[in-house]
Write a protein that binds this ligand. Sequence first.
Ligand code: URA
Length: 217
Amino acid sequence: MNATAQSKPRLTVVAHPLVEDCLARLRDIETATAEFRRAARLLTQLLLFEATRDLPLASTSVVTPLEAATVNRIRRPIVLVPVLRSGLAMLDTATDMFPDARVGFVGLERDERTAIPRGYYRKLPTPIDQAAVMILEPMLATGGSALASLEIAKADGARDLRLICAVAAPEGVRAVHERMPDCAIYIATLDRGLNDRKYIMPGLGDFGDRYFGTEPL
Ligand code: URA
């Protein structure tokens, strides 16, 4: 089977009471780092659960302690690409779920004045043309860093591209859809829009700072 994402919906807002509860905790300014991390990890799990629902399976057999059994294993290789730094927050959960996944990295830094991402590191596994490539980017704001990562993966041969985000702004979704129409986006919420500093409103603030505890005390 071809490794493409074309038959999937272009935008999936994952609906589940646990998703709502995680979002409530992540948005709340009163949520401390430990609880923010817990909610972010659970939300990542719920997003990835939905984003991988269509993965093809291959039938095989194992021997249980009692007899031989026919079982299904995920057939398509998985490549996880956290966008540094905040995407790292989603990586442990993702590798727990997909222990055989290969991991690539894209390092992008947002210029706080222009909001344009600057690339400082990239290392993707090869080949990736047969893999489901999951770009892990918690906040889809302008779409700049997500697009830069998607374009890097596409240039390296990726054909099944999936973008996994907690919170998205319509501007970011539009930008990705315009330039990467075959990328499937999975989000927990589509927020109102960006403010003049390109933060998502109402959003949850700076995801990386809140997850890694680097907010000024
Ligand atoms: N990155 C964040 O962490 N938060 C936003 O609102 C936008 C980009």
